[in-house]
Write a protein that binds this ligand. Structure first.
Ligand code: DC
Length: 215
C-alpha cells in the first residue's frame, strides 16, 4: 500500500505541532516538523555569524541538514524561528529541504508532516490535508501563557506584533507562501482546545481511512 500522508499547515502558534504529534502517535505514523529543517539552516548561519541573506551559505547548510539529527531543544529558541522565516524565502534553499521532506514522507508506513507548504507544495497528493489556524490575538495569548508558565515575563503587545510580522513574511513570500490548499480541511483552534481539534481531525481521517479500506 502507498504510504499514508497527513499534511498539516498553518501559522506559527496555532497548535499544529501538538496536533501533528498526537496524530502521529495515534495512527502510528512517522512525524516530521518541517519548521525544524528551516530552523537548522538558520541556526547554522547564526552560529558562524553569517548574515541570513547569504544564499550560498544557506544552500550549503540546507544540503547538510540531516532529518535524523534535528535537535529540537537547540532549534526551538525564538530567535531561531525568526531567522528561519527569513532564510525560508529563498527558493533554492526551499528546493533542497523540500526534496528531503518528500523522501521522508515516502518512507513506510507514511507520515504526518507539519509546516507551511506541505499540502500545497511538499505533498500535494497527501491523503489528508489540515489547515490549522487561530486568530493572532489568541496565538499571542497562548504564547504569553507559555512564557509565564515557565516563570518568564513578556509583553502581550510585543508578542502580538511579532506574530503578525511572522505571518506577513510567511504568507507574503513569493515562493510557497503559507495558504490553505484548495482541498484542505480548516480547523480554527481560536475557541477550541487541542483535544477538540484532535477529535475533529480524527473524524476526518477515520472517514478517509474507511473509504480507502473499502476501495
Ligand atoms: O513552524 P516553525 O515556527 O518552526 O517554522 C519556522 C519558520 O520556517 C517559519 O516561520 C517559516 C519557515 N517554514 C517554511 O517556510 N515552510 C515550512 N514548511 C516550515 C517552516
Amino acid at each position: 500500500m502507498k504510504p499514508f500522508t497527513i499534511a498539516i499547515d498553518g501559522p506559527a502558534g496555532a497548535g499544529k505541532g501538538t496536533l501533528a504529534r498526537r496524530l502521529a502517535d495515534h495512527y502510528r505514523l512517522n512525524l516530521l516538523d518541517t519548521g525544524l529543517t528551516y530552523r537548522a539552516v538558520a541556526h547554522a548561519l547564526l552560529q558562524v555569524g553569517l548574515p541570513l541573506d547569504n544564499v550560498s551559505a544557506a544552500e550549503t547548510a540546507a544540503r547538510q541538514v540531516d532529518l535524523a539529527k534535528l535537535d529540537r531543544a537547540v532549534l526551538s529558541a525564538h530567535a531561531v524561528g525568526e531567522a528561519a522565516s527569513k532564510v525560508a524565502v529563498f527558493p533554492t534553499v526551499r528546493r533542497i529541504l523540500v526534496e528531503k521532506q518528500r523522501e521522508f514522507a515516502k518512507t513506510p508506513p507514511g507520515a504526518v508532516l507539519d509546516g507551511r507548504d506541505i499540502g500545497t507544495v511538499v505533498c500535494p497528493d497527501a491523503d489528508i490535508k489540515l489547515y490549522v489556524t487561530a486568530s493572532a490575538e489568541v496565538r499571542a495569548q497562548r504564547r504569553l501563557a507559555e512564557i509565564e508558565s515557565i516563570g518568564g515575563t513578556a509583553n502581550f503587545a510585543e508578542i502580538l506584533a511579532d506574530i503578525q510580522r511572522r505571518d506577513e513574511r510567511d504568507m507574503g513570500r513569493a515562493d510557497s507562501p503559507l495558504k490553505p490548499a484548495a482541498d484542505a480541511h480548516l480547523l480554527d483552534t481560536s475557541e477550541m482546545a487541542i483535544e477538540a481539534a484532535f477529535l475533529a481531525a480524527m473524524a476526518v481521517i477515520d472517514d478517509v481511512l474507511a473509504k480507502r479500506d473499502k476501495a
